[in-house]
Write a protein that binds this ligand. Structure first.
Ligand SMILES: [Zn+2]
Length: 245
């Protein structure tokens, strides 16, 4: 029963994630404005706004104007639902609630960085502050059980390392290889991962970044790897992998 609840709640939160992904980069309000069709601007009736099901029912076309609905909407909804469900299946109840909140923010960072090459400071600060608070009050809420000192030191090492890399690239080659968003992000993820897993995220995310570059970036000038997305994906995998192995 709780299983179904986690899935449905995840789908609904995924629907809210879509709202954030669409509106935050445009500086639009996210809580009070009703959803409107991006093509014809008509308000969407609630029964055509049910996660995943409406998309299937409408066969991928908007009810108002018949234009195609971006596949991103059902994919994000399903993905969030699955993340919440897997969290519930893999971890105890308080850990799965904690992780679902954290993964929601990380998912936003992954998608927004991928689409817009932007990482919002307030999301990074949220990760840093929440990670430190959990490490003080109840480290067991984090399945990796990261204590205060480990959290703070790993966050500082992540920040220092990425800040130094950013500085070096700027000075020696005059390129912005890492944005400040990446620097704060690795600090926030480090706080949640602790030092050992921090080494994992460095290797997995670099591998993902290089892989992405080889797929899409070769022979392109000014190609920017969405490294925040690579970090976020690695972060989520590390929690699941560390439970399995
Ligand atoms: Zn429309």
């Amino acid at each position: 029963m709780i299983l179904i609840f986690f899935l449905i709640f995840g789908l609904l939160v995924g629907s809210f994630a879509n709202v954030c992904i669409q509106r935050l980069p445009k500086n639009k309000e996210i809580f009070f404005t009703r959803s409107a069709c991006p093509h014809c601007n008509q308000q969407i009736e609630w029964f055509f706004n049910i996660p995943v099901f409406s998309y299937l029912y409408l066969a991928g076309h908007a009810n108002c104007c018949g234009k195609k609905i971006d596949k991103q909407y059902p994919i994000i909804e399903l993905l969030t639902g699955l993340l919440f469900l897997i969290n519930y299946l893999m971890f105890n109840i308080s850990q799965s609630i904690t992780l679902s909140v954290i993964f929601f923010i990380v998912l936003l960072i992954i998608v927004i960085d991928f689409k817009e090459r932007v990482i919002f400071d307030f999301m990074n600060y949220f990760l840093i502050i929440s990670g430190i608070i959990v490490s003080i009050i109840n480290p067991d809420l984090n399945p990796l059980n990261i204590k205060f000192l480990n959290a703070v030191i790993t966050g500082l090492i992540g920040f220092g390392l990425f800040y130094a890399l950013r500085y070096l690239f700027k000075k020696k080659r005059d390129i912005e290889a890492l944005g400040m968003g990446d620097v704060y992000l690795i600090a926030g993820l480090g706080v949640w991962l602790g030092f050992e897993k921090f080494l994992y995220i460095l290797s997995i995310s670099s591998f993902l970044g290089i892989f992405y570059y080889l797929l899409y970036g070769k022979n392109k000038d000014n190609f920017e790897i969405p490294y925040g997305s690579a970090l976020g994906i690695s972060f989520i995998f590390i929690f699941y992998l560390s439970k399995i192995f």
